[in-house]
Ligand binder design. Structure first.
Ligand code: FAD
Length: 331
């Protein structure tokens, strides 16, 4: 399949058969005049999720920049094709049946970091949603900007961190959020002040079809060595308390209350190190559900349910997943 820029759309095949969704031709006709980005058809979501499970998405599309993203969203709306945006897939669990419609991943021009100006004593840093959080944390250290040290070691993108209100060690994105630019389901951009963003605990209270295309952080000038040391300390704490080099999405469940961490409740329910097939509750930190290799999404959901039931029976608390479950019709 050709795009207008002459690049051939890559199609990784499931088995030997090329399978395009029934909307593919219509979609291609609509996009052909402007499209320069990459599209992958019928592609395993295991390649885009740190859990390394999940069936195929009908298409994964990487718009290069804002204009292309807006045209894409408008085109998808016109053809009534479902879509969702992903960052680096470090907090998602995709069903084995896969995903209908289009997965959008912010492409090449969504990676910039710019220090803009000062506001009320803060240094403002504007970052595009596709930038890796790790890159931003390193950049801030180099620029002697303090505030994001809590995020050292959190994988994923800035857009994903904004949508998840990611956090660790008592800090979270909303603490340092100045404002954000959001694209809505019509492809229209909105600028929102941090306090109007509706970020909750690991949650963004907005309709699903909203894209965080740019986040501006409010940071303070600091000393490079102190910032670097704080980042190092946070990463070593992580290494000490959490399983490293395993296949997971980090903490699986939200903490039901600050004094009731999910990991402790799971441990008290007797499930630390508990294993079913290729999925286990970490024996280092009980809020990590690990794919030990070869697990399916159904296996992970099976252990998730088991943990929820056991904790419920043990202390009457229903654990809610922090990991976003995508494409499951029976949950
Ligand atoms: C080893 C490990 C450790 C982790 N430690 C932490 C931790 O300490 N603290 C923490 O909070 N999290 C942690 N996580 C979870 C995860 O890294 C964070 O939630 C991260 O911010 C998700 O970013 P992402 O780009 O991977 O998002 P994805 O997983 O791709 O997406 C997560 C959700 O955000 C939505 N989304 C993604 N990008 C956008 C966007 N631009 N606009 C709108 N919505 C979007 C997606 O639709 C999805 O619903 C950890 C994960 C791993 C694997």
């Amino acid at each position: 399949m050709k795009t207008s820029c002459g690049t051939v759309t890559r199609e990784r095949e499931q088995g030997n058969r090329r399978q395009l969704p029934d909307w593919a031709d219509q979609f291609n006709d609509l996009m052909i005049d402007f499209w320069c980005g990459e599209m992958l058809w019928n592609i395993s979501m295991a390649d885009f999720s740190s859990y390394r499970v999940g069936g195929p998405a009908e298409a994964v599309i990487f718009p290069l920049g804002i204009n292309e993203l807006a045209l894409l969203i408008q085109g998808l709306r016109k053809l009534d094709i479902n879509w969702l945006v992903l960052g680096r897939g470090t907090n998602i669990l995709v069903a084995d049946e896969g995903l209908k419609g289009v997965v959008i991943i912010l492409g090449r021009d969504f990676c910039s970091i710019d220090q803009t100006h000062q506001d009320a004593g803060f240094e403002l840093v504007r970052v595009k949603g596709g930038c890796a959080m790790a890159r931003l944390v390193n950049w801030c250290t180099d620029q002697e900007l303090s505030g994001l040290e809590f995020a050292a070691g959190i994988p994923g993108s800035v857009g994903g961190a904004t949508a998840m209100n990611a956090g660790a060690w008592g800090g979270q994105i909303s603490d340092v959020l100045h404002s954000a630019i959001i694209m809505d389901s019509k492809g229209i951009l909105h600028s929102k002040a941090g306090e109007d963003m509706n970020l909750g605990y690991r949650n963004w209270n907005e309709p699903a079809e909203m894209i965080a295309v740019e986040t501006t952080f409010k940071l303070k000038k600091g000393e490079k060595s102190a910032i670097a040391e704080k980042c190092r300390a946070n990463v070593s704490l992580r290494k000490k308390q959490q399983p490293m080099n395993v296949i997971s999405c980090g903490s699986f469940f939200k903490n039901p209350a600050p004094d009731k961490p999910a990991g402790r409740l799971i441990e008290e329910a007797g499930l630390k190190g508990f294993k079913i097939g290729n999925v286990m509750v970490s024996d280092k930190h009980a809020n990590f559900i690990i794919n030990t290799g070869g697990a399916t999404a159904a296996d992970i959901v099976g252990l998730m349910r088991h943990v929820q039931n056991r904790v419920w029976r043990h202390c009457g608390i229903r654990l809610e997943p922090e990991v976003h479950l995508l494409g499951f019709t029976d949950l």
